[in-house]
Ligand binder design. Structure first.
Ligand code: FES
Ligand SMILES: [Fe+2]
Length: 356
């Protein structure tokens, strides 16, 4: 599979990379080991010792993270991947080095640049709503391991018309089928917006808003950045009213391909429901229920459906073996797939200019 290489991938939530731990992650088929150096800076090395090729995450950290010692014969590497100690000799062979990947810790996530080109920090998408300073509003930051291809999950997230069927009663219902879908590209960012005016509130938003079942305008605006980092701005407000008079959620949906058929899915949500007055007890009950509903919609509804889709595709000969029928609701996913391929070619297949 042609994964984009010269781009940032969210490896883990920062909370899941404590000091003194070696954390193995596989990103686009490459084994990477993450740790914090002596200054607490997140570091990523290829998870493979150049001697005998064993995973370095089976070793240990020395001097508070200053060096990673291989667990097999004790070569020690610094955060730049240089071998700084060979316990068997005073000489360190020049080939004793490990690839180091550029890392940035931002918006409570650890981002790793997987390509050989110079990394561009400005390309990290804005998830500032998830910064630690906003913790009072942010629900659990979780990572879900999925046995599905990341593009099938992207299709799922960029086509939210499925809420009326797969998530009937929770995130959608029959009256929301005919949403107005709008796709817009700004530079390399894609927006897929879906609005359903004047309908009964879907269960999750009724719980968050007025709890009276009265009609509302519903929207879900999904932002997409290559390769598969999404942010969903979704909410309800009184019909014809300002969105600021309603309630909304910002949902992080960040997909990191592990391999062709496996994906790490980083999720978290930020609630904005200050327009509703509640006791502290009610607010924490709502927060708990929202988390449970989101988890149920994902684990019991989306995940089994997309896994079954992938199984059917594999039985038919592979993910690209059968040309799928395209409906009007597929405009967002189709556009994202085309844009990703264009950006991948631009980023990874840079050729020498042809001499005139
Ligand atoms: S395998 Fe790492 S030092 Fe031998
Ligand atoms: Fe879904």
């Amino acid at each position: 599979m042609n994964f984009m290489r010269n781009t940032w991938y969210a490896a883990v939530w920062a909370q899941d990379l404590p000091a003194d731990r070696l954390v193995p992650v596989t990103i686009i088929g490459e084994a990477v080991v993450l740790f914090r150096d002596a200054a607490g800076k997140a570091t990523a090395l290829l998870d493979r010792c150049p001697h005998r090729l064993v995973p370095l995450h089976l070793g240990r950290l020395c001097d508070g993270g200053a060096r990673l010692q291989c667990g097999y014969h004790g070569l020690e590497f610094d955060g730049a991947g240089r071998c700084v100690r060979n316990p068997h000799s005073d000489r360190v062979p020049t080939a004793a080095k490990v690839r180091a990947f550029p890392v940035v810790e931002r918006h409570s996530l650890i981002w790793v640049w997987m390509g050989d080109a110079a990394p561009c920090e400005a390309q990290i998408p804005d998830y500032s709503a998830f910064d630690e300073c906003n913790n009072a509003r942010v629900g659990r930051r979780e990572t879900i391991e999925l046995d599905v291809n990341y593009q099938l999950m992207t299709d799922n997230l960029l086509d939210l018309s499925h809420v009326s069927f797969l998530h009937d009663g929770i995130l959608g219902h029959a009256d929301m089928v005919r949403g107005n879908i709008e796709v817009q590209q700004e530079d390399n960012t894609l927006y897929v917006r879906r609005a359903t005016p004047n309908v009964a509130p879907p269960g999750m938003f009724d719980l968050m808003f007025r709890r009276d079942g009265q009609p509302v305008d519903v929207w879900a605006d999904m932002r997409w950045n290559a390769p598969a980092s999404m942010l969903n701005y979704a909410g309800v407000c009184p019909p014809g009213g300002e969105r600021s008079a309603g309630v909304h959620i910002l949902g992080a949906h960040i997909l990191t391909p592990v391999s062709e058929f496996r994906t790490r899915y980083h999720v978290a949500a930020v609630r904005y429901d200050d327009t509703v007055t509640r006791s502290e007890e009610e607010a924490s009950e709502v927060m708990q229920k929202l988390g449970d509903l989101r988890r149920h919609a994902f684990k019991d509804q989306d995940e089994p459906m997309v896994m079954a889709q992938q199984d059917a595709m594999i039985r038919a000969g592979g993910l690209d073996a059968v040309e799928p029928l395209l409906l009007n609701i597929d405009v967002g996913p189709a556009r994202a797939r085309r844009l990703l391929e264009t950006l991948r070619q631009q980023a990874d297949e840079v050729r020498e200019p042809v001499e005139a």
